[in-house]
Design a protein around this ligand. Structure first.
Ligand code: NCD
Length: 325
């Protein structure tokens, strides 16, 4: 039975809902109240994260980061988040582990589970792999991105960043542009922003739009300038070349000409529109460096918010008073 640590003087203030899920596998499993609660929890973590303080919430707990796909910011962010809450964090190097020797996902899960971790943070190239793993272990599982399916903490950190600048999510016009078809970031964001009553737009060439996209977004555009008109937020996405997106466009030059965010295209959005990108960015492919580093860009802030969101998620999942974890 997990016991809540005594409240830390610098800890998040105010009452939050008990998190009733065992895992965080996707935004789709959350209702609007739970989404807002997680964003509020993350907001409360920002001062702790900024001052590089450590809360005792997860002292004595063990978190394993299991990344089957490359990652810089997400893995580092989950590591720092766990450490700022006092957890022991272990990064599994998949390339040098038994996975490289052909061990199956389920066997890897069983092996890690036998070491009694409290949380496993998983990134995997196949949609659904994280959910499968969650069924085989006795601890909390956090989805850090599974194939083109979901990336819930990215959507939460994007929402937190937007809310801090715009004061709300509902009623905002948010344009997501690029490789929608292969992007778990787009999917999780569309689900979250839809639940928050934002007006969502997707902008992409037809070849990069998934089937059924009309059900996921309020509006669909193939012309970027039209799609950007009146937007409060412009979210750019990387071409997911590891998921063969490169083959779906005529050439990178052509793609940049029609779908690269430069100052001229950005001028079609509202003057105070935020420019966002989950990273890693391909400068000169989907975004002009001058825009990425320009005054409307909140890209670095997204990274900062990522730590606060992951602290909030780990805390919500693991720091459960009077409940079996
Ligand atoms: C994204 C991902 O891995 O889905 N990156 C991230 O988590 N910051 C987006 C991407 O890889 O393009």
């Amino acid at each position: 039975m997990a016991r809540r640590q005594p409240e830390h003087p610098d800890g998040p203030k105010g009452a939050f809902l008990p998190f009733r899920h065992r895992h965080l596998l996707g935004i789709a499993q959350l209702n609007p109240v739970e989404i807002i609660d997680l964003i509020d929890r993350a907001e409360a973590m920002i001062p702790i994260s900024r001052q590089q303080k450590t809360l005792p919430n997860l002292a004595g707990k063990t978190q394993i980061n299991l990344f089957f796909e490359n990652s810089t910011r997400t893995q580092a962010s989950f590591e720092i988040a766990g450490k700022r809450l006092g957890a022991t964090v272990m990064n599994m190097a998949v390339n040098t582990s038994s996975v490289a020797k052909g061990e199956t996902l389920v066997d890897t899960a069983a092996t890690l589970n036998a070491m009694q971790p409290d949380a496993i943070v998983v990134r995997h190239g196949s949609s659904g792999a994280v959910e499968l793993l969650s069924q085989k272990v006795g601890c909390a599982v956090v989805n850090a991105g599974d194939g083109a399916h979901e990336h819930p903490t990215q959507a939460l950190l994007d929402a937190l960043t937007i809310r801090r600048h715009k004061g709300r999510l509902n009623g905002l016009t948010i344009a997501i542009c690029g490789d929608i078809a292969n992007s778990r970031v787009a999917r999780s964001n569309l689900i979250l922003l839809g639940a928050m009553q934002a007006r969502t737009r997707v902008i992409a060439p037809k070849s990069l739009l998934p089937r059924g996209v009309e059900q996921m977004a309020s509006e669909v555009f193939t012309d970027m300038r039209e799609g950007l008109r009146g937007a409060d937020v412009v979210m750019m996405l990387r071409l997911q070349n590891e998921r063969a997106s490169g083959k779906l466009i005529p050439s990178v030059r052509e793609y940049y000409r029609f779908y690269g965010l430069d100052a001229e295209k950005l001028a079609h959005a509202n003057a105070d529109a935020l420019v966002m990108h989950p990273g890693p960015m391909n400068r000169g492919v989907e975004i002009d460096p001058a825009v990425a580093d320009g005054p409307q860009s909140v890209i670095t802030e997204q990274v900062e918010m990522g730590v606060a969101v992951r602290m909030a998620v780990l805390d919500a999942l693991l720091d459960k008073e009077g409940e079996d974890a």
